[in-house]
Design a protein around this ligand. Structure first.
Ligand SMILES: Nc1ncnc2c1ncn2[C@@H]1O[C@H](COP(=O)(O)OP(=O)(O)OP(=O)(O)O)[C@@H](O)[C@H]1O
Ligand SMILES: [Mg+2]
Length: 261
């Protein structure tokens, strides 16, 4: 079964896009067939994969308005065999308005992805920093949610609200949705503070923090402007290795789930 993971947190700038990009590349390196979905009208994932969102003729928006199918719009990412992108453009902001008028609006992405799922082992969905109809589509299309969480004071304050939204999606649209875990991002290992925050979040919400945490590093800020992930830009850096290890953790988790279900 294809593992479909929504990477979500309505808090901005917590490394959702970085996580989708890095895990996408790392999972493709492991030989998995991967589709990354840019569900954010800011189109940062599309840009950081080396595409110019302003120059694209087709995007996820065309899928949402039923002009195109996913297989028409998804494109291979140059330089990363096994990785495809379903790109975004600013048009996606218009999709939100369109979706609100549709019956079954939560299920539009799920339905659109259905015909291509057998081409992929893993689908990673980069949600925008909101709990609006686009994120709800991401959560409805997914089997499981990954929550990137920045290791700083008060960063967990939105987690309760996100879990309530996930609970609603379970009740109304996707009863099998699970939370796979938290990815600790921008981790500062020199302070006890980061570790303490993660322990507190784990205890308070009962969600596992996946290992290892991803340390804070300037390398991450450098990579997107070059159209590369940290794995290509700084292949031996601790950040690249952390995402490689997380990709292996996810592969093991989905192998276990596969034998059960
Ligand atoms: N481990 C890290 N260390 C330092 N900087 C990081 C790390 N991970 C990501 N960043 C940087 O933090 C910024 C925000 O990351 P990113 O765009 O992935 O967050 P996001 O959650 O997708 O943001 P948005 O909510 O706007 O979509 C980027 O400049 C990125 O390069
Ligand atoms: Mg983002």
């Amino acid at each position: 079964m294809t593992d479909v993971l929504a990477v979500a947190n309505q808090k901005g700038g917590v490394a959702k896009t970085t996580t989708v990009h890095s895990l996408g590349v790392a999972s493709a390196e492991l030989g998995r067939r991967v589709l990354v979905v840019d569900l954010d009208p800011q189109a940062c994932l599309t840009f950081s994969l080396g595409f110019d969102p302003d120059a694209l003729d087709h995007s996820l928006h065309d899928v949402f308005v039923r002009r195109e199918s996913v297989s028409d719009v998804a494109c291979p990412v140059p330089g990363v065999p096994g990785l495809d992108l379903l790109p975004a453009t600013i048009d996606l902001a218009g999709s939100e308005v369109h979706l609100l008028t549709r019956t079954g609006r939560e299920h539009v992405l799920e339905r659109a992805l259905q015909p291509v799922l057998d081409r992929y082992d893993l689908v990673l969905i980069d949600c925008p920093p909101s709990l609006g109809v686009l994120t709800i589509n991401g959560l409805t299309a997914a089997n499981s949610v990954l929550i990137p969480l920045q290791c700083e004071a008060l960063s967990h304050r939105g987690v309760g609200q996100l879990l309530e939204t996930i609970e609603d999606v379970r009740a109304f649209a996707n009863s099998d949705l699970t939370v796979r875990g938290i990815i600790a991002t921008m981790y500062d290992e020199r302070t006890r503070h980061s570790r303490h925050i993660m322990e507190e979040v784990e205890a308070r919400y009962g969600i596992p923090v996946l290992q290892p945490p991803v340390r804070k590093s300037i390398r991450f800020a450098e990579a997107p402007a070059r159209g590369k992930s940290i794995l290509q830009h700084a292949p031996t850096s601790p950040g690249a290795n952390a995402y490689r290890q997380l990709a292996r953790t996810l592969l093991e988790m989905s192998a276990v789930a596969g034998t059960v279900g």
